[in-house]
Design a protein. Structure first.
Length: 195
């Protein structure tokens, strides 16, 4: 299974508290059978209102793989489409002040680490990324650190989730597939399962 220990690259700042899942992926896109194509629709309404000035549309942030957000990110309805749309846009890790609990859980389920740093640091990082979008950034789960250019700060991560990423045990479906023969042997012993 896939271990996730360190994510490095460029980052995109999306500024604002209480950005809910309907803003991340509007409800009209939830009718899809698969998550394919959701990346193109991430922040669709916000992007339309911003007239191509939303960070997800700006050329300097294309290819970014780390998202930097403010407080209570992912609040609102518990749609797993929200982290899926971010991941399919290209996001591999999220740094923020705080995350809504269900959104956080949905991120873990798809291998998208979310770490927190204090609000002043988030604001400092966002300003740095606005001034110099090509500033390199790293989320280090092993050492619980976020690096943005010369700035290195301690990050907080849910310890259970952090260990699952480091060990590669975050992928429940992957674990089932990897242990398919053991599961089959167990089901063969169950008197109430007749295949």
């Amino acid at each position: 299974m896939s271990q996730i220990r360190k994510i490095s690259g460029q980052a995109v700042p999306v500024i604002g508290n209480d950005i809910d899942t309907d803003r991340i992926i509007p409800a009209r896109f939830l009718r899809c059978v698969t998550f394919d194509g959701l990346g193109e629709q991430a922040f669709a309404d916000d992007r339309a209102q911003a007239a191509e000035q939303h960070p997800f549309d700006l050329p300097q942030y294309q290819g970014a793989n780390i998202l930097v957000v403010n407080g209570n990110f992912g609040c609102g309805s518990s749609r797993e489409h929200a982290p899926q749309s971010l991941a399919r846009w290209g996001i591999k890790a999220i740094v923020g002040e705080s995350f809504a609990e269900i959104f956080f859980g949905n991120c873990i389920a798809i291998g998208l680490p979310c770490v927190t740093v204090n609000p002043e640091i988030v604001e400092q990082i966002q300003k740095q990324l606005q001034a110099q979008p090509d500033t390199p950034m790293t989320v280090d789960l092993v050492n619980k650190a976020v690096t943005c250019g010369d700035l290195v700060v301690e990050a907080t991560a849910d310890e259970g989730a952090r260990q699952m990423f480091i060990e590669g045990s975050w992928d429940n479906c992957g674990q089932l597939i990897q242990n398919q023969s053991a599961i089959q042997k167990t089901t063969e012993k169950l008197p109430y399962v007749a295949w």
